[in-house]
Design a protein around this ligand. Structure first.
Ligand code: PLP
Length: 413
């Protein structure tokens, strides 16, 4: 069996401690005073709010930004985003409840759209009862289920058909579609499914949902993808007699790691403004990662520093049970070392200096590796290592229960 480890960071160095905002350092130092070894996420809601403001301001009036709650479901982050987004995208009852709790200051119910394969009857019932803006239906059976529930509840449920396009003819970094998957309805099957959906009494078919991009840093390609979604939806609605009001292009805007060029939000907005959606159709974007990646840090205390056959290992209170992203994504997720002076007198303090280290976690598997071969000036047992860009798919994506160690705490700056 081969193990998927993060790519080697060599010859990179860890970030300097100055890469960590002063307020973050203060909070982390405060957390260490509790006496229990630290493994925690810290989020800055203002940063997430700023990303949302930036994206929304760049987009034309017909476009709306719905935050994909799965990227970071910490209530403080959702609350920080709530005034700056048009709504939320949810994929479970728990996410629906979190979104509904984040009421705008005028007390209205937040706008919600819902996606996700395998939505169960209880999930669909909750969505129908809340009369969410759109349920993105993933299959013909799901359409039938939604209709039956809506009829029983005496309402018509607004539904967008999730489509798995055969091909998205976009140049640049996006060449997606046509891949067999559990998501949505394959494009060739769309006309048949639409015919069936329009006969179901509990449904109001409002449009389409496509989520076919991920981690895209190319603004031109993303604008072309938006254009493609709009034009495809307009044509398909026309050909099949759908009254088109809703075009959801999903998430997929990326965040830049070391050496990468950030997504050009202004350019994306300029290009998007050249698209002309049909009269009365709203275009939704469901960004997750882009809004919250850089609002979060994962910090873990170094429990030991060891040498094994010449290789230095930094062992953490934490690991992929708290922060699984680096092992599931083919990127170097770099860190900074926050030195802590507190150490029991008379106890040897192992350290690694001016050398490469591999940073591993507390689980009984070599897969629990967060960063390999990164150069550090100095890291000692008792210091903290801190991973920036941990705000999206961090805590939510981790395997908290494996081995049963305490779950990582979460704090708001
Ligand atoms: C339906 C849907 N919308 C939006 C998103 C958010 O995607 P991203 O974080 O890449 O923007 C996801 C992510 O899985 C998704 O499944």
């Amino acid at each position: 069996m081969s193990i998927q480890l993060p790519p080697s960071a060599a010859p990179r160095s860890a970030y300097p401690v100055s890469a960590l905002p002063a307020a973050l350092r203060r909070l982390l130092l405060y957390l260490t005073k509790a006496g229990t070894p630290v493994s925690a996420y810290v989020y800055d809601g203002d940063i997430a709010a700023e990303r949302a403001r930036e994206l929304r301001a760049a987009l034309p009036d017909w476009a709306a930004v719905y935050y994909a709650v799965k990227a970071n479901s910490f209530p403080g982050v959702i609350a920080a985003l709530a005034p700056h987004v048009d709504g939320f995208e949810v994929a479970s009852k728990a996410e629906l409840e979190l979104a509904l709790r984040a009421r705008p200051s005028d007390g209205t119910t937040p706008a919600v759209v819902a996606a996700g394969p395998a939505k169960t009857v209880p999930v669909l019932t909750a969505l129908v009862r809340e009369e969410v803006e759109a349920i993105n239906a993933e299959s013909l059976l799901e359409l039938h289920r939604i209709s039956r529930i809506a009829v029983a509840e005496g309402v018509r449920a607004r539904v967008a058909l999730r489509v798995n396009p055969a091909r998205i003819p976009v140049t640049g970094s996006l060449h997606m579609g046509g891949v067999p998957s559990q998501f949505g309805v394959a494009e060739p099957d769309v006309p048949g499914v639409l015919r069936a959906a329009m006969r179901l009494p509990g449904l109001d078919l409002v449009g389409f949902h496509v989520h076919a991009a991920s981690g895209n840093l190319d603004a031109d390609a993303h604008a072309a993808y938006l254009r493609w979604c709009v034009e495809w939806s307009a044509r398909t609605a026309r050909e099949n007699g759908v009254h088109l009001r809703h075009i959801d292009i999903g998430g997929g805007i990326g965040v830049a790691f070391e050496g990468e060029k950030p997504f050009d939000v202004a350019r994306f907005g300029e290009l998007a403004a050249q698209v002309e959606p049909p009269q009365g159709a709203k275009v939704l974007l469901e960004p997750g990662r882009f809004l919250v990646a850089d609002c979060g840090w994962y910090a873990a205390e170094v429990t030991d520093v060891k040498t094994s056959y010449g290789k230095r290992f930094v062992v953490l209170r934490g690991g992929i049970n708290h922060f699984q992203l680096p092992t599931s994504w083919d990127i170097v997720h770099n860190m900074a070392v926050l030195p802590l002076e507190r150490w029991p007198e008379g106890c040897p303090r192992p350290a690694a200096e001016n050398t490469e280290v591999t940073v591993v976690g507390e689980l009984c598997t070599p897969e629990d590796t967060l960063l390999r071969d990164v150069r550090v000036d100095r890291v000692r047992a008792g210091d903290l290592v801190v991973f920036p860009y941990a705000g999206s798919y961090g805590w939510e994506f981790a395997m908290h229960r494996f081995l049963g160690h305490p779950v990582a705490e979460r704090h708001l700056l």
